[in-house]
Design a protein around this ligand. Sequence first.
Ligand code: A3P
Length: 248
Amino acid sequence: MAWQASCLLRNISRLVLIDDVLLISTPKSGTTWLKALIFATMKRTCYTNSTHPLLTTNPHDCVPFFEFEPKSILDSGCKIVYLCRDPKDVLISMWYFLAKVRSKELPPLSLEETVDLFSRGIFGFGPFWDHVQGYWKASLECPERIFFITYEEMKRDTFVKVKRMAEFLGQPFSMEEETERVVEEIIELCSFGKLKNLEVNKNGSRNPSFKNDVFFRKGEVGDWRNHLTPQMVERLDQITNEKLPGLF
Ligand code: A3P
């Protein structure tokens, strides 16, 4: 447990707070989507469909980021949702994101350079694979504290995973809610197509340097196939197979 705790502490770099729940993710893994889903699930009795904050507020303003090192995340008593994604898609997503938000005074980052930096662990909030590995192991030891989910699983089986996540969060959907299709409504509210096309996310801006549309690009699994060379894939997969065997 001590090892897990220190591992968690070392990796605790990107945190999001929702009441007593932390959402922890590596960047570009679908954080915006999960923030929306968790917020909509946990606050589902507070708002009607037409007044829902997600219709007018970017998910990052419904669930703020906080970046600091709590003394011990395990001691905090918080439940943790941990989100990650196939590193190849994370890399492509980040590459596009950086092209939009990086200072225009800096030269653009080539894909080759981005693959090289990412593979060597040089990535916002620390090395990708170590970040995921620490939480993956901890989630196997403490499943009641850490709900570990991948973007791919969430995409494949959104209905089942949202229900399981609500149970983990201590707010399971009742039979009545299921009959009233509350789960489907939450999934629709938080869907890529719905959020991307809201005015707040098309033209709104929560950061003076860029518009909210940077958070919504393609929202698909496997876009890396359209960008990475076989050599790049081999390099990335080799590290994944070593550090996270069987996860993706
Ligand atoms: P792509 O660049 O592959 O499209 P994060 O929110 O952690 O920064 O992750 C960004 C990725 O999540 C982007 O992936 C973005 O398009 C995708 N995304 C954002 N909102 C989503 C949603 N509601 N459903 C699915 N994917 C979403």
